[in-house]
Each structure stands twice: as C-alpha cells, then as structure tokens.
Design a protein around this ligand. Structure first.
Ligand SMILES: [Zn+2]
Length: 281
C-alpha cells in the first residue's frame, strides 16, 4: 500500500492509516489498485444519535472508525483493503425523540448504500464490506446487502461490530442481557478511545424488566417488540454505564480490532468462487 508521510497536514482520514484511506488516492491510482482482483473496499456505516447524558452523539461512528483503523493497521502490506469515507449518519429512528439525533430513514440508507456500492464497482473493485457500527443499522444492512450484490455484481459482505469484541467474563450477564445503548461495554470503549468526550458525573442508565419470552434485541427471546428508546430509558442510556472502565474498554476494543483484522484479511484472500457440480446419479 501507498506510504504516506507521518507528518501529513491532511486529517480527513481520522483513525484510518492514511495509506488505507480511499480519499487520499488519485483516480488513476484507485484504478491501478483495482487491478488486484481481490481489492476490497470497506464502508463503515455509523450513526450520530443521542447516547444519554454522558456519551457524545458521534459514539457509533467514532467506535466504528477507530475499530476499522486499528484493524487495517494490522493487515499485511500486500492486502489491498481500503476504507471508504464513512457514512457518518445511519438509521437512528429509535432515538428521534432526543435532541442531537441525526437520522436517515431506512429508504435513504438503502439508496446511500446502493449509490456508494455502484460507485465502488464502477471504479473496478470487486469486493465490498459493509461494517455496521450501530445496532439500528443492522436491519437495513441485513435486508439489503444481497440486493447490492445483485445490482453491482461485486462480492458483498457484512460485518456488525456489535458482535466482534466480546471478551468472555468481562461484562456481567445481568448487564449484557439488557444493555443496548450507552451501557457498560459501549461506555467503556469510549472511555478508552476518547475520555475527553465522556462525562461520567452525568451518567444515568436504565435497566428495563426482562421477560424470558419477549425481548427487544434477540437476547434469548423469540418474540421481539418494536421499541423506541424513550420506552426503555428516560435518559436515553439503556444499560449501566457505572460498571464501565477504561481497562474494560481497552480489552473489548483490542479484541474487536484483532478479530476484524482477521475477518478483513479472510475476505481479501478469498479465492474466486468455485461451484462444484453435485455427483451425478
Ligand atoms: Zn451506540
């Protein structure tokens, strides 16, 4: 990958290693990178939405981009895997009652993914990874990523960051059963990545009653109720942020980054699709 100077003045790449940021290449350079049949583009689909009184609204984009940056930094130099400029906004309709939330509707997010995917395909890339770093984007990505494969002919993959950084025993079972937003794990990660943006003195989380049959995010239940955040937490924080720590955040983040690097390299190295004829009778 391109070696860019360490003392760059451009800073649009944020936590992405500069040599792996799509936007720092010229058009002809992108066309040249696309000559690698395995060249892979990764789109982080984040969110800007309320995260209770103690975390910043950019939390999900921040966590996603830092995770992607740390994963890309671990990839071997020969792997042509580039981060696209992210979609900072996502589908955050569940948080629309709270100030600070900037939400796309599902249709808008799907069209955004389609336009970006078509553009990546026109540039010659044949693999696209959608990295979702916000729970509210999961449905739209799950529902639509196959359409992107059909519309563009590229191989399209989805990874949801929510399931990547789990460290056995780190988060108490009572907390992981209910925490969905600004609770222990998410607060811990932001305290690790950007402590200056966290206000623990204002933190006020909520725990809703659990039901063995009916839940809110498929944590062991088969029936899921449609919810908006104000149904579950008046402050907008669902879970217990007071259990959080910088040390937990570091463990979760590093585990997630290592796993994401492994997954991105596996996507990049994936050999051409082989379809085998079933044995003839
Ligand atoms: Zn979040």
């Amino acid at each position: 990958m391109k070696a860019l100077p360490g003392d760059m003045r451009a800073s649009v790449h944020g936590p992405i290693p500069p040599g792996r940021f799509w936007g720092y290449y010229t058009g002809p350079e992108i066309a040249e990178l696309a000559q690698d049949p395995n060249a892979t583009a990764v789109l982080n689909i984040g969110a800007v939405e309320q995260h209770g009184p103690h975390l910043p609204t950019i939390t999900d984009t921040l966590n996603g981009m830092h995770l992607l940056g740390a994963a890309l930094a671990r990839l071997p130099d020969d792997a042509v895997v580039l981060a696209l400029p992210p979609t900072n906004l996502g589908k955050s309709e569940e948080h629309r009652d709270f100030a600070g939330t900037l939400s796309l509707r599902g249709e808008t997010l799907r069209m955004l993914m389609l336009d970006i995917a078509c553009s990546v395909a026109r540039s010659g890339f044949r693999k696209l990874v959608l990295l979702g770093s916000h729970g509210g984007n999961v449905g739209a990505i799950d529902d639509y990523f196959r359409d992107l494969r059909i519309e563009t002919g590229m191989r399209v993959f989805k990874i949801h960051s929510g399931g990547l950084g789990s460290v056995p025993g780190l988060i108490a079972p009572e907390e992981s059963a209910v925490a969905m937003h600004s609770g222990d794990s998410e607060t811990s990660v932001v305290r690790y990545l950007a402590p200056e943006l966290v206000h623990m003195d204002r933190a006020e989380g909520y725990l809703y009653e659990t039901n063995p049959l009916i839940g809110y995010s498929f944590k062991g239940q088969d029936v899921i109720e449609a919810w908006v955040t104000s149904d579950l937490a008046p402050t907008g924080a669902i879970g217990n942020p007071h259990l959080s720590s910088v040390e937990k955040g570091e463990k979760l983040f590093e585990a997630g980054a290592a796993r994401l690097a492994e997954l991105l390299e596996a996507v990049y190295r994936l050999p051409p699709r082989a379809i085998h004829l079933a044995a003839r009778g």
